[in-house]
Design a protein around this ligand. Structure first.
Ligand SMILES: Cc1ncc(C[n+]2csc(CCOP(=O)(O)OP(=O)(O)O)c2C)c(N)n1
Ligand SMILES: [Mg+2]
Length: 572
């Protein structure tokens, strides 16, 4: 069963002036630019040379130059991810060096399942396969769900149609269409005929939905697990309704953070590398887990489901079914359509048991939350210097409006503190990322999110290791007028690493680094401040937010002590 959501497609009207090109006069690059326009693309993140850049600029699509290809990919990711694929982020780079250097960005979008369009240049056909020429397809086939190397200009729109269909169907992941100069500059022999591609969603097998309802009603204590797919499907309301109907606890994964309202009385919060006490409790005590829109991968950023639980797993990619855990009921479906079917099946069948359970679960979650937060209160209230990272977060969160902010973390302690202690409210108000978690990702991703959501306040928190990876792209934000607030948790160490690297540390300081990040930011056109005392944090964050509201990106460099304690319940 398949349905089409036309609202997810770019507007099919308003073709640009190039629509009138006669056959034989439109180049491959111009056709590509026209297709991007019809697909609603507003920005192309880019590093030259590129055989398609001029045509894109001529079509009036904004080219945003980054300082390295990886960040161009990360910005494209931010556009797609923050809009759940309603806008598609696009990245264009040159062949060979550019395509080699873009790999980490595309790979990260692949492992995190973000639908971006990658448009690298291609070596001329005469060099195809000549050792050691870097060929796009064999390398990028591994990190895209679709890839093509058009041979003729006529192939360009047809390959792009396939790419956009892949981007708007099933599991969201990158697609690639590369282009050599001869294809970019050659002329189409036919007039361009291109309609924007619609999103495709599939609902679940009716028998499986009925079985899922029966199992849920028979379960003693079901736990509802929301993955990233609940966000992509925009199914948060349905997910919450299901929890309320069943009186069941609900949680989200790291990438699914903000799929549930974490302030809801049935919300346990997030389970990633760090976990809340309520997530730990219900993972242990539930007899059934219903996971929706999740890959349930084996990763240090996904909690493992203890043995002996019955698992119902609904996801739009059957490759994830029965991947790690024995699955009683595997279901391949879009999260929103499946949840709608399940609610229909369950309404009218629930009664006193579910109502009573709702009271018990609500009370238990409240008491677990209270005790667990109390355990960390000494960290959050710490007045000492260097500043405790937890204290830094308390002051930062205190100046943010959760409903109008897009907050995100970095690989490292900023992820593991925020993902559990910050309670996100509306979908995409927090972007939890990281199947593999590349340090430095949040800067470009945050910039892309800001471009796609200009009315939101975008805040990314980076460790000092993270800013070292992508810091020169601070200049991209100031040059391009992308005002985000970046907070540096500056402890001059990879926190948590020293116990595992005693010789590396003692002999070579190989897990420590330092720098004047406020100074760097200032030199690159940002409002910037360095803060060393807890009492100065709040005002510095407020000044940063004011600069952002006035259109200037702002960085607050907070000198902290190493973070040694995380809510990981013993996981390393
Ligand atoms: C590209 C990349 N290389 C290596 C890692 C492994 N890694 C994860 S966290 C981390 C340390 C982060 O240190 P920092 O940015 O200072 O943050 P902190 O945890 O100290 O706040 C490292 C090296 C990674 N995530 N990404
Ligand atoms: Mg650090």
């Amino acid at each position: 069963m398949t349905s089409v959501d036309a609202s997810r497609s770019a507007s099919p009207d308003a073709p640009s002036s190039r629509n009138g090109h006669a056959a034989g006069t439109m180049t491959g690059a111009a056709a590509l630019a026209e297709v991007l326009k019809r697909e609603g693309v507003e920005n192309v993140f880019f590093f030259p040379a590129s055989p398609i850049a001029e045509a894109i600029a001529q079509a009036g699509i904004r080219l945003i130059l980054t300082r390295q290809e990886r960040v161009a990919g990360n910005m494209a990711d931010g556009v797609s991810r923050s809009t759940s694929g309603r806008k598609i982020g696009v990245v264009a780079v040159q062949e060979l060096a550019g395509s080699e250097n873009a790999f980490p960005g595309i790979a990260h979008s692949f492992t995190d399942s973000t639908p971006i369009l990658y448009l690298p240049g291609s070596p001329p056909r005469g060099k195809f396969g000549e050792h050691p020429t870097f060929m796009n397809q064999p390398h990028y086939d591994l990190v895209t769900k679709y890839s093509a190397s058009p041979i003729t200009p006529d192939e360009v729109p047809y390959r792009l149609r396939q790419a956009f269909q892949a981007l708007r169907s099933g599991r969201p992941q990158p697609a690639m269409v590369d282009m050599s100069e001869d294809v970019a500059e050659g002329a189409l022999t036919r007039p361009l005929d291109y309609q924007p591609v619609r999103q495709v969603r599939s609902a679940a097998d009716f028998g499986a939905v009925r079985e899922a309802a029966d199992l849920l009603l028979r379960a003693r204590l079901p736990l509802l697990w929301a993955g990233h797919g609940v966000l992509y499907a925009e199914a948060s309301a349905e997910f919450q309704e299901l929890a309320e109907l069943l009186g069941a606890p609900m949680m989200n994964t790291l990438m699914g953070k903000s799929a549930i309202n974490e302030t809801h009385p049935l919300a346990c919060g997030t389970g990633g590398h760090a976990k809340t006490a309520a997530v730990m409790h219900y993972l242990e005590h539930a007899d059934l887990v219903l996971a929706v829109g999740s890959s349930i991968s084996q990763s240090s950023f996904t909690p493992s489901i203890p043995a002996g639980k019955m698992l119902i797993h609904a996801t739009n990619d059957p490759r994830d079914l029965n991947k790690v855990h024995q699955t009683a009921l595997p279901i391949a479906a879009d999260a929103k359509l499946f949840l709608g079917q399940l609610l229909e099946e369950l309404r009218g069948r629930v009664g006193a048991t579910e109502k009573e359970r709702r009271g018990d679960v609500t009370a238990k979650i409240a008491s677990l939350k209270k005790a667990w937060r109390a355990e960390y209160e000494s960290e959050f209230a710490d007045d000492s210097t260097p500043i405790n990272g937890y204290r830094m977060f308390r002051e930062l969160w205190g100046v943010l409006d959760p409903d109008t902010t897009i907050l995100t973390h970095e690989s490292g302690a900023s992820r593991d503190i925020q993902c559990v202690f910050y309670e996100s409210t509306v979908p995409r108000s927090y972007i939890g990322w990281g199947h593999s978690t590349q340090l430095g990702f949040s800067l470009g991703m945050g910039m892309g999110a800001k471009l796609a959501n200009p009315g939101k306040t975008v805040v990314n928190v980076m460790g000092d290791g993270a800013i070292g990876m992508t810091g020169m792209d601070l200049e991209t934000a100031s040059r391009s007028g992308i005002p985000i607030l970046t907070v540096i948790k500056h402890d001059s160490v990879f926190s948590g690493y020293p116990p595992n690297y005693p010789e590396s540390d003692a002999r070579y300081h190989a897990i420590r680094q330092d720098g004047d990040y406020a100074g760097v930011a200032k030199a690159l056109g940002w409002h910037s401040e360095r803060v060393e005392r807890p009492a100065d944090l709040r005002a510095a964050f407020q000044r940063g937010l004011r600069a952002v509201a006035d259109g200037q990106p702002a960085l607050v460099d907070v000198i902290t002590k190493e973070t040694k304690r995380l809510s990981t319940f013993g996981a390393h």
